[in-house]
Design a protein around this ligand. Structure first.
Ligand SMILES: C[S@@+](CC[C@H](N)C(=O)[O-])C[C@H]1O[C@@H](n2cnc3c(N)ncnc32)[C@H](O)[C@@H]1O
Length: 372
């Protein structure tokens, strides 16, 4: 924890790691498994879809209410165990948010995180925040909003942003980018004069969520890119959400989160750990973890980096920003990328409508001129 006071740049430079308290099952964010409609048997007793999207069974043997849909088979198991009604009763008690209070939350989240909570997000905001409001014993959204804006510590704001961010991610997501990395980006970067001089390749996973993206990048580079031993790989992985960055730093995942990970990779880069309760999870091994520095960082903040990055991956993050915020963030990325370096955005994103000097190399892959 003490390393939180170290600057992001310093920590990244030194490759510092910091440790968090042990895993708390309720901490783990959702595994988004969708079941849009329940069968008659299960839908009896609760009203259509209601807040079933808030149920999540975490991988450590504890069922918890979280913002995700639950697997049908799990619902059946819980139903048999008589837990469904209990869970649903808890989950159903969503408070109603007025238009005025929703606007206040919208503006606050936009100002602090750049996240554009359009009107279609009202029910999501309502259900996610209801849980916090109930837990705190507050009366409603107005009281909660006032608590956040008056809180000098900023802790309530952190909790709000943790609840509001969408952290969906998985290992080997958008693997076409991995192909780009091994075939084009990395060979190109290894030819850059300052990479050759400094002997380090600097990659930033900006908006890394629970860590699957930076771990995937490091594993892919070690495994598939013939990464020369004389170079050092340095991955900086950051996210706005305190909750997800802690999980990312721990690098421990329940088995269901490794579904996209080929067996050979699982064997080589993960260690299976059994808890005393008999459940097991997978921990990313040291070889990979040592390449990555995790930090909490808001992309709206001034960038503190003295040295540039060879590649920035910012995938499925700017989708939550409006054009104005995208423009601000992309302009900062352009400054932070070294001449000849790359920016990779998510497959459903593009930089159209955003002004930038980068060259389009392929779908969602952009390059900064070596002369800039
Ligand atoms: C959907 S996840 C994407 C994870 C990963 N990049 C991927 O593609 O799988 C989006 C992440 O962006 C983060 N995020 C949203 N606004 C941010 C901001 N202003 N600064 C930093 N991270 C932000 C969220 O906390 C969330 O974890």
């Amino acid at each position: 924890m003490q390393i939180l006071s170290t600057s992001i740049e310093e920590a990244y430079d030194r490759g510092t790691r910091w440790s968090f308290p042990r895993y708390n099952p309720g901490d783990f964010p959702c595994v988004p498994i969708r079941i849009p409609v329940f069968t008659d048997a299960l839908s009896r007793g609760f009203n259509g879809r209601l807040q079933v999207d808030s149920l999540w069974k975490c991988g450590f043997g504890t069922a918890d209410v979280y913002d995700c849909q639950v697997r049908y088979s799990e619902m059946q198991q819980m139903d048999k165990a008589g837990q469904v009604n209990k869970q649903l009763t808890n989950t159903c008690r969503t408070l109603r948010i007025s238009d005025d209070d929703f606007q206040k939350i919208q503006s606050l989240v936009y100002e602090k995180a750049g996240i554009n909570l359009h009107d279609g997000k009202k029910s999501l905001v309502q259900s996610r925040l209801s849980k916090i409001i109930r837990r705190k014993g507050l009366e409603g959204f107005r009281e909660y909003y006032n608590l956040i804006v008056r809180d000098q510590s900023g802790n309530h704001l952190v909790e709000l942003l943790d609840a509001i961010t969408t952290n969906h991610t998985y290992f080997f997501r958008e693997d076409a980018h991995l192909q780009w990395l091994s075939d084009t980006i990395l060979p190109d970067i290894l030819r850059l004069p300052d990479v050759q001089r400094d002997g380090e390749v600097r990659i930033w996973s900006a908006g890394c969520s629970t860590g699957e993206e930076p771990y995937t990048l490091a594993i892919h580079i070690l495994e598939r890119c013939n990464f020369p031993a004389r170079y050092r790989l340095k991955v900086l992985a950051t996210d706005l959400s305190t909750k997800v960055i802690r999980i990312a730093d721990r690098g421990e995942y329940p088995e269901e989160r490794l579904q996209q990970v080929p067996a050979s990779i699982r064997q080589r880069y993960f260690n299976r750990v059994r808890t005393e309760e008999g459940t097991s999870y997978y921990r990313v091994n040291k070889e990979v973890r040592n390449q990555i520095t995790f930090r909490k960082f808001n992309l709206l903040s001034p960038f503190p980096f003295r040295k540039g990055f060879d590649v920035i991956f910012c995938r499925n993050v700017m989708i939550y920003f409006d054009r104005e915020v995208q423009q601000r963030v992309v302009s900062k990325f352009v400054q932070a990328i070294k001449p000849g370096g790359y920016l990779v955005v998510g497959h459903s994103e593009s930089l159209s409508g955003v002004e930038h000097p980068l060259k389009y190399i392929g779908p969602t892959v952009y390059k900064k001129s070596s002369a800039d």
